[in-house]
Design a protein around this ligand. Structure first.
Ligand SMILES: Nc1ncnc2c1ncn2[C@@H]1O[C@H](COP(=O)(O)OP(=O)(O)OP(=O)(O)O)[C@@H](O)[C@H]1O
Length: 725
């Protein structure tokens, strides 16, 4: 029987071999293996397999059903619901019913724009947001001004162990500051002379002499018409509230019983790791600030009602993933908001202004962000985040005034009333108009809890302009503490699969960091040499993968710690590691991509990215235009300044002139403007969030609801963000 299989063999093949008692070995049905060559699967290939899309579809279906029901009900009542009627003059009018539905929708829409200094919050029905300080005061053993042995801000340097006497304030801030300040003064004088402005040689002396010898006047409390209402505490300290938020926190007397300390949970547009020791405290502080704002500013007294609300939340353009994840968790899980949608600040500012293409420069309190926006998208590579802003201007203004014998020599920005005073003086007197650089008389009231009001008279000269000029010469700003505590509380975000850092970074930001790395102070205050952080230095994922596979194929994987080309044990070259690959004579260097990315991220974290504002804008523009001259001209013609710092008088025209000087080729095409229609630059981004939130649910698919968040957490953002997550 050659060539013929036995019956038993056939049965074995089919799995039907029977035992001696003639029964099958298994009762399980035998499935023939499928041909792997024609293997095909639809797994994760259709939208309906993703929870995010499925939920959207379900919602759309439910909405349609609801609308049909509403329509039927309205027809039964004799009104035309949700339609547009054409009136006698042929003008389209929305019916009362549809307007009412819209109103109801907007009254359940919350827009939140948090900042380092201010929180802007409002409902969809509000024309403008409410602004509250983004601060919380908690019961503490000492107030912030008593910490560090009462070290004042700006810090007065000690000479031979003691702070120089008030008669010598020029020595308070060190030689470096003094030299820079003097250089800026003479530069300004030269510039003003060049612009045919009158410069009196003895202006500085006039100011110093006046400030040195003018005493203050005292006004008794009952004669002070504008006295401050301080936050009242119960006489029994045991009954004192655990915390205060917003304006009430700023108005707690310094030496209260019990003591309170102010915490600002956001710093430079990121989580404040300098003043906090653990993540949960930051989390709860932010949550409390939002909760109080919901109650006091929006009138939502019961948190459980928030489930019926939607929230548009504005995040920085160059956000940190951990920051965004924390905010989302606070809103959805801790506070119970029904739906949340994330929106980038610059994009939102263009929505608020109604521009389709623009370069947004947002000068806030502690950060200045720059980003080119084109057709509803932030151009990723153009995003820049500079760690400087209005707070630096305030501090530098105070330093310059003190240097020029400011009569209130004890000013300490860590004290609440002094911080508010500095803000007031800056906003009142600082300007970028050269015409304002004259000797001017000024005055202020110093109002501190428990003491009589003092009326100070003083004079200013060029301090008012030079402090703002710091935006163009940021080395005059105090940088030493800007990186304090960085990465001590919140670890860097890493990729779920390979563990490499995955916070977004842009080419423009890398250029800023590289430029700053060579000359700025690092965390420990020492000078660092420029580190190579250029975009091209990082191999792309495909390159890394190809290299790895080649290495694996050739069995040449070197251990992580050893690098090819480094000497062998006795300092001799290691032939195993120095083997050339293919035709190349170069030794193969295997770099662990994850390790390298981590190192680069660590290097970046050690540098304060500061750069003159005008140069940073040019860098962002060139990355945004990507070599397209027409785009470049469009961006140059639409530079919009927003944020509180942009309200400084004449800053726009000064910046415009600087940019035209730097790029004479584009000349008058360069236009720097405020938001249109006299919009407050501080709230234009919030307004854009409101515009975005008003889009009909079918036009906006970036809402994250509670159910999705419970199931997938922050991973849902991959499908929900309009920007790459
Ligand atoms: N009229 C004004 N002139 C000059 N500066 C002003 C004026 N009004 C507000 N500022 C400054 O603007 C800053 C606050 O701006 P803004 O509210 O945009 O900051 P933020 O959003 O809280 O901060 P960040 O953008 O850093 O997160 C403060 O430094 C404040 O002193």
């Amino acid at each position: 029987m050659v060539g013929k299989k036995s019956g038993r063999a056939l049965m074995r093949e089919e799995g039907l071999e029977r035992t001696d008692n003639n029964m099958e070995t298994t009762s399980w049905p035998q499935v023939a293996p499928i041909n792997q060559k024609n293997y095909y699967t639809e797994f994760m290939k259709r939208e309906d397999q993703y929870l995010a899309f499925r939920t959207q579809e379900e919602e759309a279906r439910n909405r349609m059903i609801q609308e049909a029901r509403d329509k039927d009900r309205a027809l039964a009542l004799g009104v035309q619901p949700g339609t547009v009627n054409v009136n006698d003059e042929g003008v389209a009018e929305e019916t009362t019913a549809s307007v009412a539905t819209k109103e109801a929708y907007l009254s359940k829409l919350i827009i939140i724009h948090p900042g380092s200094q201010n929180l802007r919050i409002g409902l969809g029905t509000d024309a403008l947001p409410k602004t509250v300080p983004m601060v919380i005061a908690r019961k503490w053993k000492e107030s912030e001004s008593e910490e560090d042995g009462g070290e004042p801000k700006p810090k007065r340097l000690k000479v031979d162990g003691i702070v120089p006497a008030a008669a010598n304030p020029e020595k308070w801030f060190g030689e470096d500051f003094a030299n820079q300040y003097q250089a800026m003064c003479s530069e300004l004088r030269t510039r003003m002379r060049g612009n045919k402005r009158r410069v009196l040689p003895n202006s500085k002396e006039l100011v110093i002499n006046f400030n040195r010898r003018t005493p203050y006047d005292e006004i008794t409390e009952h004669n002070d018409m504008n006295r401050i209402e301080w936050t009242e505490l119960p006489s029994n300290p045991k009954h004192a509230p655990e915390y205060f938020t917003g304006q009430a926190a700023l108005r707690i007397p310094e030496v209260s019983n019990p003591r309170y300390k102010l915490f600002w949970p956001i710093r430079n547009g990121m989580v404040n790791e300098k003043d906090y020791r653990d993540r949960s405290q930051i989390y709860h502080d932010i949550s409390k600030i939002f909760e109080e704002a919901f109650k006091r500013e929006l009138g939502i007294s019961r948190l459980k009602d928030l489930v019926n609300y939607k929230c548009v939340f504005l995040i920085p353009d160059l956000y940190e993933r951990k920051y965004v994840e924390m905010m989302l968790d606070i809103l959805i899980r801790d506070l119970g908001v029904g739906k949340v949608c994330l929106q980038q600040e610059s994009l939102s500012a263009t929505f608020g202004a109604g521009y389709s293409i623009s370069c947004i420069v947002d000068i806030g309190a502690q950060k200045t962000s720059i980003c080119c926006v084109d057709e509803g998208l932030c151009i990723e590579e153009s995003r820049i985040n500079l760690k400087m802003g209005g707070a630096d201007i305030s501090e530098t203004f105070v330093k310059m005034m003190l240097y020029d014998h400011f009569p209130y020599a004890e000013i300490n920005l860590k004290r609440r009333y002094d911080y508010l005073l500095a803000e007031e003086l800056k906003q009142k007197y600082c300007s970028m108009d050269e015409g304002d650089v004259t000797v001017k008389a000024a005055e202020f009231h110093l109002r501190a809890a428990g003491q009589d009001t003092r009326l100070y008279h003083f004079k200013t000269y060029d301090e008012t302009m030079l402090s703002v000029m710091g935006l163009f010469k940021p080395s005059i700003f105090e940088q030493s503490s800007k990186l304090e505590g960085r990465r001590t509380v919140i670890p860097r975000s890493v990729d779920l699969y390979d563990g490499s850092p995955n916070d977004p970074i842009s080419s423009a930001q890398l250029v800023v960091i590289e430029a700053a790395g060579g000359k700025t102070a690092s965390v420990n205050g020492t000078q660092e040499s420029t580190t190579s952080l250029a975009v091209n230095s990082t191999p792309s994922r495909t390159q890394q993968f190809n290299l790895l596979s080649r290495l694996k194929d050739e069995n040449e994987l070197t251990p992580r710690s050893s690098v090819a080309g480094s000497p062998g044990p006795e300092g001799t070259p290691n032939p195993d590691r120095d083997t050339p690959l293919g035709d190349s004579d170069q030794p193969l260097i295997f770099r662990d991509p994850v390790l390298e990315k981590t190192k680069q991220a660590e290097e970046r974290d050690k540098v304060v990215p500061i750069m003159p504002l005008d140069h940073a804008i040019l860098e962002s523009l060139s990355q945004g235009a990507r070599g397209d001259d027409r785009k470049m001209r469009d961006f140059f013609g639409g530079i919009m300044l927003v944020g509180g710092g942009s309200k400084t008088p004449a800053l726009l025209s000064f910046l415009e002139t600087r940019l035209r000087e730097l790029r004479p080729f584009y000349g008058k095409e360069i236009l720097v403007g405020p938001p249109p229609r006299d919009f407050d630059p501080q709230v234009v981004a919030w307004k854009g969030g409101s515009v975005f939130g008003r889009l009909s649910p079918s036009g906006n698919d970036s809402w994250v609801n509670q159910e999705e968040y419970e199931k997938l957490g922050a991973r849902i953002l991959v499908h929900k963000c309009m920007f790459p997550w």
